[in-house]
Design a protein around this ligand. Sequence first.
Ligand SMILES: Nc1ncnc2c1ncn2[C@@H]1O[C@H](COP(=O)(O)OP(=O)(O)OP(=O)(O)O)[C@@H](O)[C@H]1O
Ligand SMILES: [Mg+2]
Length: 448
Amino acid sequence: MYYETIPSLNDAQKRQQQFRGWSRAKKKAIIKQNFHKLQLLSQCQNMSHSKYKDFDSAQSSSSPQQSSVAKSPSAPLRVGILGGGQLGRMLLQAAANYVVETFVLENDEHCPAAHLCHHFIKGDIKDFETVYNFGKNLDAVTIEIEAVNIEALEKLESEGLKVYPKPSAIKTIKNKIRQKEFYASNQIPSPEFIITENIEALKKNAGFLPAVHKIGEGGYDGKGVQVLRDESKIAKAFDAPSVLEKMVDIQKEIAVIVAMNNKKETAVYPATEMVFNPELNLLDYQISPAELSSTIVEEAKQISLQLVKSFDSPGLFAIEMFVDKNNKVLVNETAPRVHNSGHHTIEANYCSQYDMLWRIMLGYPLGNTEAILPSSIVNLLGEEGYSGPAKYNGLDEVLSMKNIFVHLYGKTQTKPGRKMGHVTIMSADRNDLIEKVNRIKECLKVVS
Ligand SMILES: Nc1ncnc2c1ncn2[C@@H]1O[C@H](COP(=O)(O)OP(=O)(O)OP(=O)(O)O)[C@@H](O)[C@H]1O
Ligand SMILES: [Mg+2]
């Protein structure tokens, strides 16, 4: 095939040069065989693909779902992922077990997912035209990050494209104000909150403190969250529409992943516990299943199911929750996609979260969410003080340990706090898990 993949803009430009040198008959023949790939090439260059349509008007009338490259019943489904980070990478690793043609849209051609997909398209996932052009020739699209162009997804959905999850769910979740209002109107227990439009409004509500201020849009990895213990901290708050949420006296932070297919069947993973380092206020490690009473486990499961049913969307959802000091379960936030809190499911559960999402998108039965063994995750973050080409000190020692699984995300450059990989540890003995967590954290360092 001439247009096998389009790895970069340079490559696409070189191929187009070559294309210009051909005779009209040769161009016509190639276009006939490769129409959808040419459309991708034109998207790659941010051009309308209509210039290619001139060669054969019959092609131009074909709608995206009945592309001129007529799909035989056995042809693989074409599924796109918006975003090319580590979550996309692990999703693609699971895709390799199925018959599916994969596409990734992402601005950075050196991103973790770029080399594991069949077709990499360089482009901005926040741009309407780019997302629309990316999706219009595919059978289904999913996301690995919420910061995507919703309007394009809505248009694609209205034209028949399957979007996992539904754009309406992404739209609700993407904005923390809308998300909190959704919980309130669907009777999902969540910390009490008010909405503040700006700092002035926040000052008028100082009586609501201690609270946590969360910016409506644009926050990620804790960057859109400020703890306001008292009025003296108000200067740190966001001068933009935000949620002001009552401070919860947290006993544990947990996450539950729920899968829902097109038939509205559901599967729930055992809860994962996020263990924080109280001195650094950073996630220390994750352990699954979470150590909780069966009553709390059941309550967290029922709340998560009720929430996903309220979204009324197929897909995979990770629900982050607090268990407070009175054993009350409260939803903190939801991610409408594969999630950090489910990395361990690759090795530690019969069906991983990534495999589960493919089963949903390809129309196969849901998988078994049970844990094979208890497990822990250590995240590998770039060490403080190091920026540049990544080196992994202590990798040999970690790889010599029993029942550990190393995942490096293929990011060539490290910087302080950057997520560079993770290690999964499996053991029937929780003490053994924690002992290995500490050993790995001591010896494995990402430096430059
Ligand atoms: N109401 C609250 N009471 C106490 N602590 C809170 C509250 N809300 C958030 N936190 C703390 O702040 C952390 C980050 O909050 P949240 O999950 O809402 O933000 P985020 O930007 O999505 O961060 P991340 O991407 O790291 O999950 C929580 O994991 C929790 O430790
Ligand atoms: Mg969070």
